[in-house]
Design a protein around this ligand. Sequence first.
Ligand code: AMP
Length: 231
Amino acid sequence: MTERLTIALSKGRILREALPLLARAGVVPVEEPGSSRRLILETRDPGVRLVVVRAADVPTYVAWGAADLGVAGKDVLDEHDGEGLYEPLDLEIARCRMMLAAPEGTPPPGRWRGGRPRVATKYPRATRRFFAARGLQVEIIKLYGSMELAPLAGLADYIVDLVDTGATLRANGLVALEPIAPISSRLVANKAAMKIKHALIKPFLRRMEAAVAAQRREREQSERQAEGARP
Ligand code: AMP
């Protein structure tokens, strides 16, 4: 049997931003992923296939060896125990920040008066770590979506969520209070596959590293051009 590589990644922004990088590394789906409901995408390279899973499931597929490699946000990886996983490469895509936010006028958590404040988040581990490092006691409420609704509905005093442009916060009368961590998508690898499929994975990693470097050069160039165009 010929060995093949399976790469797990999630729909949406990560798939959209990972595809151009994968293409630079020579991995191109046979079918247009947006037009297909298939969850296993064959690529033009018969040795590589993509599996499309929920973002929070990527580390699980890779840790159990159902996928050799995966693309997952740092936010998702930090909530996973990380066992069985290597994180060999920052892909520098789907970049944003994990932020502490609250309704306008809310004091910073260090100046909160009256009981433990409630913090709604999809990221309880990162949130616990952030408040523990400041010696602050909070009640963490785990949610699966629409964190920005929690303060409006009276469920929580603060939220910890991902922020990109800040438009979602603004649209809901929330303001960012403190940055918690910069976020980007990482390539992760199954530890056993790194050994057993070394001959396949190593050259693929090299190609992905080169793809990330080329992407960075292009990004920096367009940032310089945008700066130059500013009056
Ligand atoms: P924005 O309104 O541009 O600040 O984007 C914030 C919304 O997009 C929130 O609902 C976030 O959970 C989501 N979001 C932003 N960046 C990412 C990312 N890199 N990965 C996943 N979700 C994101």
